[in-house]
Design a protein around this ligand. Structure first.
Ligand code: TXD
Length: 323
């Protein structure tokens, strides 16, 4: 028999709340719990579904050897006091759809989710995952009124991982040895920085010819659609969940990793009042610094084109929300 103390010590473990318990959300819950990073609250609009997923994940704890709490709920009160809130709620793409086609439906869902979540976790750091990513992050930033260091979007880590994967496959090297950065919006206008990509420090421009690099860049730009076309029933979720968990980890463990993150720019890269992916240092305070890289004229122009398309969609979303 284990006796309990009269004055229990209050152990407050970090809590990560995930709004939207679909494929990305539930896989992220699994990654966060199995990496032992935090207790997890999974919230969805569908009744019973997050509760069932949470129970399923709890039943794996003994096998996976972790002891994190996982709660499924339809009630924002259960997300109270979260250190991190991740928003994955919304619809995914169907074959033939662009990320921007999701604008109308997801704008309303994300704004509502962000408002509800901030009301219960005023000190949380927010990570938006829902597409179209840069626009949804901007809307969530507006809806919460958070300072820009505490709200960001996940896309660049995923796009970079895709680019790294294609480089590793082409060269037949270990994926972990390949490092690359993809900036810009999460869409066809993303900006993969080929000249910064290396295999253990060796620039890929020394290892691959220009035409091959261009082919890998194109495949990266089309990385999400390639999976949607193959699956026909929704989009990628394993790599997106891994990419988000890396951001959660860098924040909770104060790792200060330099990652491409969608953030609100105030003059960096010559861009104002826009959310777009650039290299950020992620630590316990959220975005602890933005690196303003020196870009070539071509890269800067590509980033500006990317930002312009986000701007157009922010304007469209704001018209929709005003209706
Ligand atoms: O790089 C990236 N940022 C992305 C983004 C990579 C992959 C997926 N990306 C986007 O994330 C995708 O285009 C979607 O917009 C979201 C979620 O994708 P997922 O594949 O997880 O979609 P699902 O499986 O359909 O899950 C969405 C869940 C589903 O369970 C709904 O019931 C729920 O969202 N949902 C809501 N939850 C709470 N509140 C509201 N209002 C709500 N509406 C839907």
């Amino acid at each position: 028999m284990i006796s309990s103390s009269d004055s229990p010590i209050l152990c407050r473990l970090p809590r990560v709340s995930i709004i939207g318990a679909g494929r990305v959300g539930s896989t992220l819950a699994q990654r966060v719990a199995e990496k032992n990073l935090a207790d997890v609250v999974l919230l969805d609009i569908v009744e019973g579904m997050p509760q069932g997923l949470a129970l399923d994940l709890l039943e794996a704890r003994g096998i996976e050897l972790h002891n994190r709490q996982i709660v499924g709920t339809n009630n924002y009160a259960d997300t109270s006091g979260s250190q991190i809130v991740v928003i994955t709620a919304g619809l995914p793409r169907k074959p033939g759809m662009s990320r921007d086609d999701l604008l109308k439906t997801n704008a309303k869902i994300v704004v509502e989710a962000a408002k509800q979540a901030i009301a219960h976790s005023p000190n949380a750091i927010f990570i938006v995952v829902t597409n179209p990513l840069d626009v949804m992050t901007y809307l969530a930033w507006q809806a919460t009124g958070l300072p820009r260091d505490r709200i960001m979007g996940m896309a660049g880590v995923l796009d970079s991982a895709r680019f790294e994967t294609f480089i590793a496959l082409e060269l037949g090297v270990l994926p972990a040895d390949v490092k690359a950065m993809v900036l810009g919006s999460h869409g066809d206008l993303m900006v993969p920085l080929s000249r910064y990509a290396t295999v253990n420090g060796v620039p890929i421009t020394e290892l691959l010819d220009t035409a091959t690099i261009e082919r890998l860049v194109e495949r990266t730009r089309n990385g999400g659609a390639e999976i949607v076309e193959l699956m026909q029933t929704g989009g990628a979720f394993f790599a997106p969940a891994s990419a988000t968990s890396v951001m959660v980890e860098s924040i909770l463990l104060n790792q200060s990793r330099l990652l491409p993150v969608a953030t609100y720019l105030q003059g960096e890269y010559g861009l104002e009042d826009i959310v777009i992916g650039v290299p950020c240092r992620l630590g316990c305070g959220g975005i602890e610094g933005i690196v303003d890289l020196h870009l070539t004229d071509g890269e800067r122009e590509a980033l500006q084109t990317s930002a312009q398309s986000v701007r157009n969609n922010i304007d469209r979303a704001q018209e929709i929300l005003a209706i």
